[in-house]
Write a protein that binds this ligand. Sequence first.
Ligand code: 5AD
Ligand code: SF4
Length: 450
Amino acid sequence: MTLNVNTLRPLSGTGRKLYIETYGCQMNVGDTEIVVSLMQREGYVYTERAEDADVVLINTCSIRDNAEQRIWGRLAEMRSLRKRRPGLVVGILGCMAERLREKLLEGASGVDVVAGPDAYRDLPRLVREAEAGGRGVNVLLSTEETYAEIAPVRLDRNGVSAFVAIMRGCNNYCSYCVVPYTRGRERSRDAATIVAEAQSLFDNGYREVTLLGQNVNSYRTGEVDFPELLRRVAEISPLLRVRFATSHPKDMSDRLLDTMASMPNICRSIHLPAQSGATTMLERMNRKYTREWYLGRIAAIRRWMPDCSITTDLIAGFSGETEEEHAQTLSLMREVGYDFAYMFKYSERPGTFAQRHLADDVPEEVKSRRLQEIIALQNELGLASYRRDVGREFEVLVEGESKRDARQLSGRTSQNKVVVFDRGSHRIGEYVRVRITGCTAATLFGEAIE
Ligand code: 5AD
Ligand code: SF4
């Protein structure tokens, strides 16, 4: 099986022009690349400017209310663009399309196409309907769609690292989370197409793939589970780095850690969302593990890979959160010593278990204060983690020029920390051994050794 790397068709005067904007998670970035691929087949050419487009698509996120508010704002801007460009087709894709179909089509929203995450093969037809003066709507969720054989068009174009979706949907129903409702049931993509996509990326000069899913640890197709899939991708070449996201702590197996430890090109970096440090809270969140179980998994990671970085997601102020529960989140953070964290204030989402059965009862100012405490602590922990690296040596995969200074290159360690160093004769896509000489809380600085 081959799955060629799909490249952007150059802009020519003929095809209709498509512009896409992407919000939210890496899955959405991957979905956008699939949409561009599907639309290119239909003759559309991609443009980077909404002002030039005949079709504007917005790939949306519903995870928190502020994500949705930003998109409503963007839609208002599209309505004014349409005044200047009559005939412009505006489409909403992704989680908001799924969640808010009716509202999006109401009155003068200016939306012509609404397509949910499993309806992208239908997009060309939906756009044609809109062009004919109608409205194109498809928000059917599927139990099978994985877009397995579609070669995404890589829009990032650093040509070094790429995301590869290995599964879609989520069955976990964490009580605060809207994803199982917007992205549907969990399903795994055929392993051969994943390996073929990674192989073709490698053959085209890419040196890093990140395997993506809401819960990669529950990947399974036939005989292939996640550790086996990871091994098959990592065996493509010792020069191909392999990362993955996201792991659910309840399914993080010893077999996975064993596979990681046995292959140096599987990166020493695990994103393990804790959400909270209190067992009572984890129960209300329906996370299906306890604080002790979580810490047991952290201990196992450290046993197998002492140099592995650990990052997390945390939510402040979920339903009924007491000061004691909040204090346990802070103590968990200290105990683990996270290298990095994504930290959020709880945002109630319509239709979730929490919205139906639990009160959003932590006052706004308490949520804010707790989030600030979490952020302040993580700043300390992050800085300590970067400082520990000063004086050490790392293999850095070069991804591009430094944004600040073109005489410097920027890349990442296996632990996923950004390193900036003097270019010398090194190039993008190369591995360079770098000794770390200094740091900030988010960047390491160093010098190439050879
Ligand atoms: N409110 C705040 N944060 C949330 N997340 C998911 N749902 C919500 C919500 N309703 C966070 C979780 C998850 C990350 C992707 O987003 O921490 O891991
Ligand atoms: Fe949401 Fe939980 Fe599924 Fe993650 S695992 S997408 S937080 S329901």
